[in-house]
Design a protein around this ligand. Structure first.
Ligand SMILES: C[S@@+](CC[C@H](N)C(=O)[O-])C[C@H]1O[C@@H](n2cnc3c(N)ncnc32)[C@H](O)[C@@H]1O
Length: 209
């Protein structure tokens, strides 16, 4: 990346963990305004609404928490306890400062998260399974940290779902999960503009046996 301002196209072009960390370090301070507000970013709201519809219970782990928009929405919608984890320390610092997470900690979803066992009543994620390096194999780690009967409720960009074979992963996980559902939602609202304004995400949800 050059020293110009980060933009949505940069996020869709991310391939590696290093690309990701460089982009989000530069984007953390302006992500909420220059991206989320400007693009009328609705995906975190859809994820939280889906969690509520499916009767999710805390404590919740928000994976790829970024600047904490999901945590803010949980705070506005009830009293569930939420922890946040992300590979970008700069994004997490913004989330932590909002005061809506019990704890924010660094973690790489493509490796082992620093979570000692199945501590969470639910794992949620918005916008992290988008493109690039976070593929379907990360679901093993989501399941590991989820309690028995706990809910996993995560968005997966529809194009990424297709390109990276998420359906095969769902098949592979079938013996370990139940109450599987997949819905499609618009990522952005009516005020969005540009080539990604009509992009779609799936929200995949299931419970752990
Ligand atoms: C598009 S942002 C979404 C942030 C927030 N959930 C939202 O909806 O606004 C994607 C986030 O995923 C994080 N991320 C990317 N790769 C990751 C990984 N391997 N482990 C943990 N977090 C990761 C990024 O650092 C970034 O904060």
């Amino acid at each position: 990346m050059t020293d110009r301002k980060p933009a949505l196209d940069d996020a869709y072009a991310l391939q590696s963990r290093q690309d990701n960390q460089r982009l989000y370090a530069a984007w953390a301070d302006t992500y909420d305004t220059a991206f989320a507000a400007a693009m009328d970013y609705q995906l975190p709201l859809h994820v939280v609404q889906r969690f509520l519809t499916l009767g999710g219970q805390g404590p919740v782990l928000d994976v790829g928490a970024g600047t904490g928009i999901v945590g803010q929405l949980f705070q506005e919608n009830g009293s569930v306890v939420v922890d946040g984890t992300d590979i970008s320390r700069e994004m997490l610092a913004v989330a932590q400062a909002k005061g809506c997470y019990r704890s924010c900690f660094w973690g790489d979803l493509t490796d082992e998260l620093p979570v000692a066992g199945n501590l969470y009543g639910a794992v949620v994620s918005s916008g992290t399974f988008t493109t690039g390096h976070v593929g379907p194999s990360a679901f093993h780690e989501l399941l590991r940290v989820t309690a028995r009967d706990g809910l996993v409720c995560v968005s997966v960009n529809a194009a990424h779902w297709q390109a990276r074979g998420f359906a095969d992963m769902v098949d592979e996980l079938a013996p370990a999960i139940y109450d599987l559902s997949v819905v499609e939602v618009p990522i952005y609202g009516p005020k969005a503009d540009g080539p990604h304004k009509d992009d779609i995400s799936k929200i995949l949800a299931f419970r752990k046996k």
